[in-house]
Design a protein around this ligand. Sequence first.
Ligand code: UD2
Ligand code: MN
Length: 324
Amino acid sequence: MRYYKCLKDLGVNPWPYLGLGLTLIVFIHPGRFSVSFDHHVIQEEDLIPSLVALPDEGQVQSKCPLNLEHLAHPGFKSFPVEQGGGWNPPDCIPRFHSVLVIPYRDRPENLQQFLAFMHPFLQRQNLSYDIFVIEQAPGMAFNRAKLFNIGFREALKATSEAYCFIFHDVDLLPMDRRNIYACTRQPRHMTSHLDKFRYNLPYPQLFGGGIAILKDQFQAVNGFSNRFFGWGGEDDDLSQNRVLASGYQICRFPSDINRYQMLSHRPAPRMADNYRKFKAAGGSDHDGMILSRDGLSDLMYTVLARTREELYTKILVDLSTSMQ
Ligand code: UD2
Ligand code: MN
């Protein structure tokens, strides 16, 4: 009070200073984004038991080992990858198979870095995996969510093994080797702690960046919406209007395991309309009607090319045949 009075005596209004101080704390304090992070974090000892393995076919003895401590050790030599970006452990039977779907357009440096990093990372985890890069042809605004739906469809056509999908941005590299790229019983948000946000979670429901979801769960929520062109909204629509609305829970690995580096790229312009779309799709007046009509069920696209590149399978698609 005295301090306040002194300032007043000097004719200084303290409120702007207080405001400035608070603003500085909000922007400089490293914990500024540490909002509640209480729900469905899988404990480290439960990490491997929480994963959904391929069905056993009686060869339990030769199953590939998966040991978190072992994963942390340096000194791993990567193996060559099959043309088209698939890989199977050479001397044991994998417990998990994952399909990575990467939405892509015009980010060649990011793609190159991503592939160079991810192949050894995944091999060390003894998973079998396939990498599909779904590239959108020029002409229309980018539609990340629809590219994921296409990747899901095309992967199911290409591989009978697909039961676990990882929908992942091209510019995110996992920093902890214990971050296992397999599906958990509940849909998992993988990329919760980015260097860009000083390893804090911007908001609890965030579901952008990279997620792991079982085939049946993705089908049950009718996939992503096809209607989000340009930046933003599609990830919130998936988590809030589809996954949570269908009764699933979103889980995460512990925060130190979910650390990611984000590769640099030009920021995409925000689409003001996308926030409105996301809110509208969740509105009670729609009663889930949009969800059932918009997604895998009404997906339309044209495949322009399908190529087995050295480190991935590329599917070039044209989205202009339909505007949903
Ligand atoms: C955030 C989310 C992202 C997505 C986006 C909004 C995180 C960590 N990231 O990313 O998942 O929800 O906001 O739409 O939460 N892409 C291209 N070429 C383009 C544009 C996008 O290849 O011209 C692909 C690429 O895989 C990229 C991803 O789409 O990583 C997301 O786009 P972004 O990196 O421009 O968006 P960003 O970083 O704001
Ligand atoms: Mn990005």
